[in-house]
Write a protein that binds this ligand. Structure first.
Ligand SMILES: Cc1ncc(COP(=O)(O)O)c(C=O)c1O
Length: 369
């Protein structure tokens, strides 16, 4: 099956450069052999640079959700008190995983589209000294908000000595997240967002404090047991058969990221995001994120104008303009649409989206007031 070229602007999966597509068609190798040892050792070394960490980093064969599950089940025990935040669909998912493993979850509700106020975290931790870990979604893809992880981690870790478990699925490798600089314990992310490769790999970093918690943690785990991952990585392997093709892609993607330089990657994401936000507002549309300072540099969420047929807008964009936008998730279905600008993205990609919106919005009855 051959699909037409599309300007894929979902916030993951994201487009893949041709040389990475080619790298992924290399023949299979023995994942218990010397070639794989070189591949995984070098990939892990470079991943640590993207994570800005000296901590252990592991490559898991799963989507990003696997890394969130790994963060919880490797550090906690059933009944442990954890603080989670419902500020969007992915904050909810993190909370749901904690529930599924019988953590004693305190779920803070934040209006979707608003950033989490770090003061709320401080208050909760003060009120309940029994809380063991704080779970935070760094970049809430469903609302286009980047939460103030730096301040939240500072409070949770440095003031209260709690574990900080981070969903960095749509942030790491795109916007700054110095794992060691911000003292984050478990940080999970995924291949199909900032890394220019397909879905199928997750990456997770594990701090010394997380290993300490791991020694007494009793949540059930098998596939996502990081102690097993560590043992195997010492001999250049993964516990289970890895997604070799995606790891071939990862290896080249990491070289490309090093060539560009992580600081330049962050600057590119910021410039393109700012261009997106400005252009969208120039079109007369309204951003969903309530605080411009916390608007995401990887995905822009836009309020669906009232009195227009949102699904027709998305449909014309896809079928006639070859631009694939993302709709809303959970309770935001029909209320917002989103433009992804992460990973392999250029300003021209977004200019194309803006031009297409200019043509399409009047066709669905929108006129800027
Ligand atoms: C912030 C965030 N967390 C978690 C996930 C889930 O990742 P996956 O679909 O790779 O399991 C996503 C995916 O969009 C995400 O954006």
């Amino acid at each position: 099956m051959r699909l037409p070229r599309q300007n894929l602007r979902t916030p993951g999966p994201t487009p893949i450069p041709n040389d990475i597509v080619e790298a992924m068609s290399e023949p299979m190798i023995n994942h218990r052999g010397p070639e794989f040892l070189d591949l995984i050792t070098e990939s892990t070394r470079l991943l640590k640079q993207v994570f800005m960490t000296q901590n252990d980093v592991f490559v898991l064969t799963s989507s990003g959700t696997g890394s969130l599950e790994a963060a919880l089940v490797n550090t906690l025990s059933p009944g442990d008190k954890v603080l989670g935040v419902s500020a969007g669909a992915f904050g909810d998912r993190f909370c749901d995983i904690a529930d599924a493993y019988y953590a004693d979850l305190k779920r803070i509700e934040v209006e979707w589209g608003e950033p989490i106020d770090p003061e709320v975290i401080r208050r909760e931790l003060r009120e309940d000294p029994g809380i063991k870990a704080v779970m935070i979604t760094h970049n809430e893809t469903s609302t286009g908000v980047t939460h103030d992880l730096e301040s939240i981690a500072d409070i949770a870790k440095n003031e209260f000595g709690k574990l900080i478990l981070v969903d960095a699925v749509s942030s790491l490798g795109c916007i700054p997240l110095p794992v060691d600089g911000w003292n984050c314990d478990m940080v999970g992310t995924a291949s199909q967002k900032g890394f220019m490769i397909p879905p199928g790999l997750a990456f997770i970093s594990v701090s010394d404090d997380a290993w300490e918690a791991n020694r007494t943690s009793t949540m059930p785990r098998f596939y996502f047991d990081v102690a097993e991952a560590k043992k195997y990585l010492e001999s250049g392997q993964t516990p289970w058969t890895p997604n070799l093709s995606a790891i071939y892609g990862l290896r080249l993607a990491l070289d490309k990221m090093m060539d560009e330089g992580v600081e330049n990657i962050f600057a590119r994401h910021h410039d393109i995001a700012q261009y997106t936000r400005d252009a969208v507002e120039d079109l007369g549309l309204e951003l969903f994120c309530t605080d411009p300072a916390r608007a995401s540099d990887t995905v822009t969420a836009i309020k669906m104008p009232e009195n227009i047929d949102g699904s027709r807008l998305m449909n014309i964009m896809r079928t006639e303009e070859d631009v694939v936008l993302a709709g809303g998730q959970g309770k935001l279905v029909g209320h917002i649409f989103r433009i992804g600008h992460l990973g392999w993205v250029s300003r021209e990609d977004i200019e194309e989206v803006v031009e297409a919106l200019k043509r399409t919005l009047p066709r669905v009855g929108f006129s800027a007031s």
